[in-house]
Design a protein around this ligand. Sequence first.
Ligand SMILES: CC(=O)SCCNC(=O)CCNC(=O)[C@H](O)C(C)(C)COP(=O)(O)OP(=O)(O)OC[C@H]1O[C@@H](n2cnc3c(N)ncnc32)[C@H](O)[C@@H]1OP(=O)(O)O
Length: 413
Amino acid sequence: MSPDIRTVTPSDLPDWVRAMRTAFLQPPAPSKQEIETRAAHFVPDRSQGAFDAGRCVATFRSFAQRLTVPGGAQVDVNAISNVTVAPTHRRRGLLSRMMAADLRAAQERGDVAATLISAEYPIYGRYGFGPATSTTEWEVETARSGLDRRGAGPADGGRVDLADAAEVRRLGPALHEEFRARQPGAIDRNELWWQQYTGEVPRGGRPWAEPFFAVYRSPDGTVEGLLTYTSDETWEAKLPQHTLSVTDLLAVSPTAERALWRYLLSVDLAARIRTGLRAPDDILPLLLPEPRAARIVTHADFLWVRPLDVPRLLAARTYATAGSLVLEVADPAGPAGGRFLLEAGPDGAACAPTTRSADLALGAGELGSVCLGDEAVSRLVALGRVAEERPGAAARADSLLRTPRRPWCPDSF
Ligand SMILES: CC(=O)SCCNC(=O)CCNC(=O)[C@H](O)C(C)(C)COP(=O)(O)OP(=O)(O)OC[C@H]1O[C@@H](n2cnc3c(N)ncnc32)[C@H](O)[C@@H]1OP(=O)(O)O
């Protein structure tokens, strides 16, 4: 008999979390604390489970999220997470069934798109998702960076101060609100995010270890940046070989961004900096007199977007230039299909169904990849994944859609 899929209740959580941890190859037994936290933040009707002979064998959860689009508007999206199917029940269509139910509910709720961070690249394209932002991690050999490591402090008279978790808890949320209004691809961080980040609430049952926090203040005392990092403790033949690892670096001004990187690169005992997952066009490499000292260790897709309401998704953002485009979107199993006229400009846009002939024909996943401006339409045309129905349409689309700095999502979920 095929497993029964249903929405879960708080009383299912111990079994549900155990199933999820097992499929993610984590120690299966959840801590009491993890169950309590999940129960306290449980959203009715947004978690599914598949049950077979009384045991949970698949998990799926979605939650409300706000996604920043180019121009700074935030749209309501359906964020998907905790997707697992037990190794004993894989490849029988359980994920497909849970995904179909969740996307249907998201569409009925009026979410403009669904989002997720994919554990493996090949899983979600079939459901109309496309990679919409990417990420890069660098490792910097500090001694080869060419930077003056005396660390004279910010040139503009601003300052970098160390902070503790309580201070970060106070000033972090407002700084992040300012940051995400400027950063296409960024998502909101809720109360629980900050509680877990600052150790008030344990995350996933793991004990919290206090990281180092540093804050950049402009000359008038305004907080414009926050850096969080950890260090290992490595000595080789009496030489310090520590690696500093960035957990988060948020800045709302170029001065703050430069000052925090410079601060980090001047910390004594650090032989190496691991940047964590940054925007692919982060300033870091070019901040170094020797950019080659920053070696790329990861470059990959990050946030995936699945359009649900094409007119609202495309009308929410602004565009680099003024122009129009007719898109024929194919979405056999979903709500994004149709032909749409986009009339776009730097101050806003309108998008509505049309009977005009199409400039470009593309699938929902390809629209997901280009909607924030990261992927180039011309590249997808070269790959044979977007059809250019009118000569020059791909270049026209790119001049409209692409953004000066690349969209970036700093947060996993
Ligand atoms: C947003 C997140 O939470 S990402 C986390 C995803 N979870 C994990 O990586 C944990 C380990 N993996 C799993 O739990 C499962 O393998 C899942 C959830 C990825 C897939 O669940 P399943 O129930 O096996 O998927 P389902 O049977 O519905 O597969 C549908 C199709 O996707 C394909 N597919 C599913 N997973 C994968 C994969 N990892 N790689 C390649 N193809 C895949 C299947 O082959 C199938 O293709 P078909 O229709 O052509 O036959």
